[in-house]
Design a protein around this ligand. Structure first.
Ligand SMILES: *Cc1c(COP(=O)(O)O)cnc(C)c1O
Length: 402
């Protein structure tokens, strides 16, 4: 078997059709979009076409789309930009404990700068409680920032309901929709979303480019000063090829939605079912139905995910533990902890994220390898426990204290 890539939540392979669309903007149409001659105008035109495509995909107006360097920048710009623009109305922000590090870190930074942040808990399936959200609103609340879909265990939040609650209370609602774009149909108007983040490399577009949607009429302080690009909201010469690529990628994602998504869901359901059937002592994390199409998140008892991922990597199977937080450190994932998954189980967690290029043969091969590797690692673990010289201290219930 050749390389099997099952880490599509980390990034995706560029679609060849997207690459083709980008090519002319490197060598031929290389003008600066701010220049007045035709070379510049062509680049400007290409950016505006891409803007229309991004807007159309989420039912926004092109004037509500700002191009950025990716999901990270879009989230920071939206959260800080809105927080500081509406500071006089209040200083309270509501988010969740399971956000991507960029949102959590931005919120912590704002706390240091005098804002107050409520971090909502999630249930055992990773979903927030809407009543608790309503209860946490105060007369100082200006912003709710809740991710659309989680990058680790794939849970999808009740976005339309959150939008409704926010709108009724006169609070802005931002959502990190990086994992949702291309996987879920989004309508910012119907769902009452005030701002939203997009990153192209999660839907077969290029890395280092993203977009921020901000509803017309809302003010947000710009984070990057300099030239007056992006209607004076984001300084810096536009990354024309990447923007063009993102436009094509988002267009393809929704044009081919009905062809790709059911196939991905089928592979994911099959993968989960087979793991449950063939491997003992496991736990599937995340919500069964409110879940990103390709996400499989599974915890194995008596296994260290690092060993599992490395063993799979030896066979050229690319998977991850779903979180940059636990790789290389003893810190378990903040997402799994928020779901009250015990440390012992959290550290044995694997994320398989299936994408449009994966096949059933690849899943079958991966399952065979997984069954074999889990068995081998568990036998080793057992042996290690039995021979651990500290066994007398912990009564043989070794938790890796040595
Ligand atoms: C990947 C990801 C980001 C970061 O996007 P970049 O474009 O890589 O900066 C933010 N939020 C979520 C949920 C993500 O999955």
């Amino acid at each position: 078997m050749e390389r099997i890539y099952l880490d599509n939540a980390a990034t995706t392979k560029l679609d060849e059709r997207v690459f083709k669309e980008m090519m002319p903007y490197f060598m031929e149409e290389y003008g600066n979009p701010s220049s007045v001659y035709s070379l510049g105008k062509n680049a400007r035109q290409a950016i505006e076409v891409a803007r229309e495509k991004v807007a159309k995909a989420i039912n926004a107006d092109p004037s509500e789309i700002y191009f950025t360097s990716g999901g990270t920048e879009s989230n920071i710009t939206a959260i800080r930009g809105l927080a500081y623009s509406y500071r006089r109305r209040g200083n309270h922000i509501i988010t969740t404990r399971i956000e991507h590090p960029v949102v959590l870190e931005t919120c912590r930074q704002l706390e240091n700068e005098g804002f107050e942040v409520t971090y909502l808990d999630v249930d055992e399936n990773g979903i927030i409680n809407l009543e608790k959200l309503e209860d946490s609103i105060t007369d100082k609340t200006i912003l709710i920032t809740i991710m659309y879909a989680n990058n680790e265990m794939g849970a999808i939040q009740p976005i339309s309901e959150i939008g409704q609650i926010a709108r009724e209370n006169g609070i802005f609602f931002h959502t990190d929709s990086v994992q949702a774009i291309g996987n879920i149909k989004i309508d910012v108007k119907a769902q009452k979303i005030d701002s939203l983040s997009i990153s192209a490399h999660k839907f077969y577009g290029p890395k280092g480019v993203g977009a921020l949607y901000v509803r017309k009429g809302l003010k947000f302080k710009k984070m990057q000063v300099g030239g007056n690009q992006e209607r004076n909201k984001r300084a810096g010469t536009e990354n024309v090829p990447a923007i063009v690529g993102m436009g094509r990628a988002i267009e393809l994602a929704y044009e081919e939605f009905d062809q790709n998504i059911p196939k991905i869901i089928q592979l994911k359901d099959y993968c989960i079912k087979e793991i449950q059937k063939r491997i003992k002592s496991i736990k599937i994390n995340g919500d069964a139905s409110e879940r990103v199409p390709g996400n499989v998140n599974v915890s194995f008892y008596d296994i260290d995910a690092e060993d599992l991922i490395n063993s799979l990597a030896e066979k050229d199977i690319c998977v991850s533990n779903g979180s940059v937080c636990i790789s290389g450190s003893l810190e378990p994932s903040h997402v799994l902890l928020a779901m009250e998954i015990p440390y012992e189980l959290a550290k044995g967690t694997l994320r398989i994220s299936i994408g449009k290029y994966n096949t059933k043969e690849e899943i079958d091969y991966t399952l065979d390898v997984l069954v074999e590797v889990v068995d081998k690692l568990r036998k080793m673990e057992k042996k290690e426990k039995a021979t651990c010289k500290y066994a007398s201290k912990c009564g043989g219930n070794c938790s890796g204290c040595h």
